[in-house]
Ligand binder design. Structure first.
Ligand code: F6R
Length: 617
């Protein structure tokens, strides 16, 4: 939520800021704004409600002065609606300081009241919590004459989660930032330095990045970077090289980032497996810090939100089957409010594409504070959740820019499966040959998924026929159930169509009342092969709803003739066993939702009301 970029160097900061904001726009797109200090020391700001393009158009019509120091912001509204006044930057009361913010200052009302008591003439021009921080830092600057010191005095009074960035006209060539439970990274250049919500903000200019720890303040100048804690004690962040280059976060020739990212799913799985399967066995060196703990654990709790949580549901089926360790899957935002039972034998396994989701971060911190061991699965190098965990397994899906998660999901499942097989090997719950066989299936997925993606045009045609649809249901059983939930989530968030995912067995307990003539229902049909296949049960479920008029859109194994008499449409997928099938069945549903949204003329990459990285609770 909210993208932040800061720059000090020798280039015109406007280009750097707008380039950074373009790459960060996925974090929020309710409004955008910039502040620049020109060489004469004057402060210029511009901000506009709506998507970044509106600001860019405005700057083209009425150019702003150029300068070598600047900050930029793209907003996902929390306090105050998405209008020009509430857009960032916000100014100090003398107009000399500009400040941008990501997060929520929980005690802003109290601070505002105190401010009005001590400075009754203060005029607030917005409804935001951010403006309170801007005015406080501005006042402290007048007292201390030092931006970093002014920050130190103010951040100590703020409650909640925040990243703040500010510049002051009396300190040209300086941008100061602070973070608590909200992301901020440093980009290290030659004669220029950057700050960003994530590396996408500056990867076009440098791939050298540095982490900033919790509760730290950073000051960048063209030739220096200084980090301290909130008390002013010097600190030094870990430097790292960004593994992907700028082109990875470009749309290329694709119609949308989402289309591009779905096409990258085979690669996302392949890269996540790369180097981690050696001679038919799993190699996860990153689990070394947890080696002793993993030998002791007797329970696993998987935490995530949305699509990430659905990947966790799939992981539960696999990890329990392969290791016989009980696995619970919980939504991160529910977890810590119900006094969960945790101890050193519990592994809390979080999953997050961004690694910054506040609900999951807080749940992980809660788990650490209550004695559990923690492992994270994450797609973003250097993000906060992995840094708070004992160990991390990175997925290597590459940057995911479209707000709706697609390639990250399949990479998360691949990472979970690697972990499950590693645990099964160390615990001896599967034989070496069983593990090799399962790894072979995992490694076959990228090629199989390529085959699924070849059906894009046929699925697009189906979506094109259904633009007037008001509601769609999704059914699955066992490993098909999380896929049904994910298919429904994608359709809701992209096409704004009411959609529900159900475990097919649950239908007769109530939801079947929703079925009426013509109701479209996607059904994830399990493979008819294999012992204990749920295939006959799902065929019965299909018959039950078909008898009541449902239109059946089946995703079924290639060559499964038994589904043909009952389905209006069949989307065939390659042969795979129960736990691997979901990784092939999900892409058609992602494509369907995307193409239906596109056919309705909607913005596929930036659906309304959403933001990619949910850094507020
Ligand atoms: C849905 C979607 C969200 C995210 C969820 C968690 O398409 O993208 O449901 O999966 O907000 O985000 P991360 O994985 O970044 O923690």
């Amino acid at each position: 939520m909210c993208g932040i970029v800061g720059y000090v160097g020798s280039s015109n900061s406007l280009g750097v800021l707008l380039g950074g904001l373009r790459r960060l726009e996925y974090r929020g797109y309710d409004s955008a704004g910039i502040a620049i200090i020109d060489p004469a020391g004057a402060l210029h700001t511009r901000k506009r409600a709506g998507k970044l393009q509106i600001l860019i158009d405005d700057l083209e019509t009425t150019p702003i002065a150029s300068g070598l120091t600047g900050i930029g912001h793209t907003r996902w509204a929390t306090h105050g609606g998405p209008n020009d006044e509430n857009a960032h930057p916000h100014l100090g009361d003398d107009g000399k300081l500009a400040l941008i913010h990501n997060g929520i200052i929980e005690n802003f009302a109290e601070l505002k009241r105190e401010l009005l008591e001590s400075h009754p003439d203060t005029v607030f021009t917005s409804e935001t919590d951010t403006e309170v921080a801007a005015i406080l830092v501005g006042l402290e600057y007048r007292r201390t004459g030092d931006l970093a010191e002014a920050f130190r005095h103010v951040v100590a009074r703020l409650h909640g989660a925040f990243t703040l960035l500010a510049l002051h006209k009396d300190e040209p060539g300086v941008v100061v930032g602070a973070r608590r439970n909200s992301p901020l990274v440093i980009g290290l250049g030659n004669g220029e330095n950057f700050l960003g919500s994530d590396v996408a903000a500056f990867v076009e200019h440098t791939r050298r990045a540095m982490e900033i720890g919790q509760d730290q303040i950073v000051t960048i100048r063209a030739d220096s970077v200084t980090v301290t804690d909130f008390d002013g004690v010097p600190a030094h962040g870990k430097e790292y090289e960004v593994l992907w280059d700028a082109s990875a976060a470009e749309k290329g020739g694709w119609s949308s980032f989402m289309a591009k990212e779905i096409s990258e799913e085979p690669d996302a799985i392949a890269k996540t497996l790369l180097g981690r399967v050696v001679d038919g066995a799993v190699h996860l060196e990153e689990l070394e810090p947890l080696a002793d703990a993993l030998a002791e654990i007797d329970r696993i709790v998987i935490l995530g939100c949305g699509t990430a949580a659905y990947s966790g549901m799939l992981a539960k089926y696999a990890i329990e089957k392969w290791t016989r360790i009980p696995v619970d899957v919980e939504l991160s935002h529910e977890f810590r409010y119900r006094d969960p039972i945790l101890n050193a034998r519990t592994l809390v396994l979080s999953v997050s594409q961004s690694g910054e989701t506040m609900d999951t971060l807080m749940a992980v911190k809660y788990a650490v504070a209550n004695g559990a061991r923690t492992l994270s699965i994450c797609n973003t190098q250097g993000a906060t959740i992995p840094r708070e965990s004992d160990a991390v397994i990175y997925t290597h899906a590459g940057p995911e820019v479209a707000v709706a998660s697609t390639k990250a999901f399949v990479a998360q499942v691949a990472a979970f499966y690697l972990f499950g097989l590693h645990l099964a090997a160390t615990r001896g719950t599967l034989s070496a040959s069983e593990i090799t066989g399962l790894l072979d299936e995992l490694q076959a997925l990228p090629a199989q998924l390529e085959e699924v993606l070849e059906q894009h045009d046929a699925i697009k045609q189906l979506a094109g026929w259904m633009t007037d649809t008001r509601a769609v249901l999704f059914l699955g059983r066992h490993a098909g159930y999380p896929v049904a939930l994910e298919g429904a989530l994608k359709l809701k968030e992209l096409a704004y169509i009411h959609a529900e995912g159900f475990a097919a067995g649950e239908l007769k307990h109530g939801p079947i009342a929703l079925i009426e003539a013509g109701q479209p229902v996607f059904v994830v049909v399990p493979s008819p092969r294999g012992e204990n296949s749920l295939h006959p049960k799902v065929i019965s479920n299909i018959q039950e709803i078909r008898a009541r008029g449902a239109r059946i859109l089946a995703i079924a194994e290639k060559g499964d003739a038994s589904v043909l008499p009952y389905a209006d449409v069949v989307i065939p997928i390659p042969l795979a066993s129960t736990l691997f099938e979901p990784l092939l069945a999900v892409a058609p549903l992602q494509i369907f939702a995307m193409e239906l949204a596109a056919a309705k003329g909607l913005d596929v990459d930036q659906p309304r009301n959403l933001a990619k990285s949910v850094t507020v609770e």
